[in-house]
Write a protein of this length. Structure first.
Length: 270
C-alpha cells in the first residue's frame, strides 16, 4: 500500500506540473487570440483589411503589449483604421478613448455613433489646453499613435514636446506608449523632418525621453527596405496617398507603404 500511495502521489505531482506550462501558455496567448479575433471582426471595411499586409496589426499590437482588458487611448485616429480593431478588441472588457484635435471631435463622435464596434468608445480632445474632454490623467494602460508624430513636428519642436508630455500624463505608472511613424534614416538630412513626413528614430526617442518616458525597444515589423525615403512629394508619394496620381503609379504600388519605425516606451513606476 505504501508503494501504491507513493506512486499515486508522484503521478499526481507530475500531472499537475505538466499542466502549469499549458496554463501559462494559454494565459500568455489569450491577448494574441483576442487581437486576432478583433482583426477578423465582420465590421471591418474590406479596403482596410487589404492594407493589413502593410500595417501588420496583429504583430504591432502584440509588440505593444495590448490586452482586451486595457484602457487604451488611440491618438488622432483619422479615418479609423486601427479604431475598427481596437473597438471590438476592448468591447465588454476594456475601455477605448479616441483622442482627436478639437476640430476633428465631431467626426470622431460620428464614427462612434455609426459603428457598433465603437459603441463603448469615448471621444476626447488631444492636444488639450483647458481640460475639456481630456483623457483623465493616470487612467490609460496603453496610448497608441500611428503616423502622427511627424504632424506634431510640423507644428514645431514645442508642439511635439507638448504632445508627448500630454500622452505621458494620460498613462498609469508602468503604462506603455506605442509609436509607429514614417522612418527617416539617421544619416539623412534632419531638415527633411519638417516637410517630408519622415522622422528620425532618434528624434522620436528624444521627445519621449524629455517627457519622462523610458525607451523599451523597437521592432522592424513595419519596416520597408524598398522605401528610399527621398520622394519628390515626401511620404505621400507612396500608397495609400499616391499624391502623383497616375504618374509612376505602378512603381509606387510595387514599393508599397512607407518604411516605418515601431517604438515602445514605458512610463516609469514612480
Amino acid at each position: 500500500m505504501r508503494v501504491l500511495t507513493f506512486m499515486t502521489t508522484v503521478m499526481s505531482f507530475t500531472i499537475a506540473a505538466a499542466a502549469v506550462p499549458s496554463a501559462t501558455y494559454a494565459s500568455e496567448n489569450a491577448p494574441k487570440q483576442a487581437i486576432a479575433a478583433a482583426i477578423a471582426d465582420a465590421g471591418r471595411q474590406e479596403a482596410n483589411r487589404a492594407r493589413d499586409v502593410y500595417r501588420h496589426p496583429a504583430e504591432t499590437l502584440s509588440f505593444f503589449g495590448v490586452k482586451p482588458t486595457d484602457t487604451i487611448v488611440e491618438i488622432w485616429p483619422g479615418g479609423g483604421w486601427y479604431s475598427e480593431i481596437l473597438g471590438p478588441l476592448t468591447q465588454g472588457q476594456g475601455q477605448l478613448y479616441l483622442a482627436a484635435p478639437e476640430r476633428g471631435l465631431t467626426s470622431v463622435k460620428e464614427k462612434i455613433a455609426a459603428r457598433p464596434g465603437l459603441s463603448h468608445a469615448m471621444a476626447a480632445v488631444f492636444p488639450n489646453d483647458d481640460g475639456a474632454l481630456a483623457v483623465p490623467d493616470g487612467t490609460a494602460d496603453v496610448v497608441l499613435t500611428f503616423r502622427n508624430a511627424h504632424n506634431w513636428r510640423f507644428g514645431g519642436i514645442d508642439n511635439a514636446a507638448n504632445a508627448f508630455k500630454q500622452m505621458y500624463a494620460m498613462l498609469k505608472p508602468g503604462g506603455a506608449l506605442g509609436v509607429v511613424d514614417h522612418h527617416l534614416p539617421e544619416e539623412m538630412d534632419s531638415a527633411l523632418e519638417e516637410k517630408s513626413g519622415y522622422m528620425k528614430k532618434s528624434s522620436v526617442i528624444a521627445f519621449a525621453k524629455d517627457a519622462g518616458f523610458e525607451f523599451v525597444g523597437e521592432s522592424d515589423i513595419n519596416a520597408n527596405p524598398k522605401d528610399s525615403h527621398d520622394w519628390p512629394g515626401g511620404v505621400w508619394t507612396l500608397p495609400p496617398t499616391l499624391q502623383g496620381g497616375e504618374t509612376d503609379r505602378n512603381t509606387y504600388l510595387a514599393i508599397g507603404e512607407s518604411d516605418r519605425m515601431t517604438l515602445k516606451f514605458r512610463k516609469p513606476n514612480r
